[in-house]
Design a protein around this ligand. Sequence first.
Ligand SMILES: [Zn+2]
Ligand SMILES: [Zn+2]
Length: 368
Amino acid sequence: MNINEIGVVKSRFTEPTNPTEMKKHESTIIIKEEFIDGLFKIEDSEFIDVVFGFHKSKGYDLKTITFTGELKGVFASRSPRRPTSIGITTVNLLERKGNELKVKGLDAINGTPVIDIKPCDNSFFQANNEAITVGNLKSSPRRQIFSHILAGETDKLLLKAGQLHGHFCPGLAMGVMAATYVMQKIKVQSDGMENLLAIVETNNCVSDGIQFVTACSFGNNSLIFKDVGKTAFTLSKRDGKGIRISTRPEAGKYIHQTKNNFSGQYQKVIKEQNRSDEEIAKLKKAGIETAFAVLNLDFDKIFKIEEIDIEIPDYAPSHESIICDKCGESIMSSRIIKKQGKNLCILCAGNKCNELNGFGIRCNVMHH
Ligand SMILES: [Zn+2]
Ligand SMILES: [Zn+2]
């Protein structure tokens, strides 16, 4: 193989940084004089592929936690630590001045040796665009969300969390902020298979921000609800080393100082139960303004952070289904009640069951 250094990268980044952040900035590629003729007509290409050396990277692991927070093989990732330390990135060519190419989107640090440049060939992508998008979403449904997390784009996360929560409010924003902070520390994506566990200490708007950003939910058994009534949550990997974030007692006052609109309207609609369409619409509007304003507040004035050890429950068991002899519906075997030789569901047996509702976990008698 012939590998030549044809140029070098000039960038504001001198140390390896989050590639999403690096790609937002412009950098320059300086081509060596002897290769200048090779740039003839390069301006025709709006996008070019830059091939470069990971000159600071040492060693490699065949399996690695990637920048997208997933465990992947090195050839299934863009990790700089690889058997052949070569990177390739498609960038926007902004301008050529002699032997200097001004580009945007290059995730290579200052001093990176450039090995090759070629116009980007996206014909395959053009033909298969939709299939690729769908394929990416199937194999890594939270890829985009995780890249928002790494880039600290809480506004984009809040916008999406609204799709789960149905409205915008300071609580949802607080949940998004707290969960983004912890996810950035933990740097691992939830695989929806209990690799991460979130423990929430109250069921309010905050919990939805946490569920959305961490992907720890009731449905995938990664969300634990402790009916303590504190606006606090803990996130942990299965090693039991958790990070707990709680709200400071003075946080409410601090948040309400920024916008009084929301708390007044909240008082009217929720506390005084004035649920007319007009008042609810006003509350929603105030919620949007306040929620997005909260994201810009001082994190440390709202939250307290501590490292705690937590007890990790076993993986959720899988139960077989059994048919209730009275109602004929299928039930998890762990919920069966045996009565006079019959298998009954809790309701048909006339027993009380626990219920999580707006009041917390309550024991209720349910009737058909
Ligand atoms: Zn809410
Ligand atoms: Zn039944």
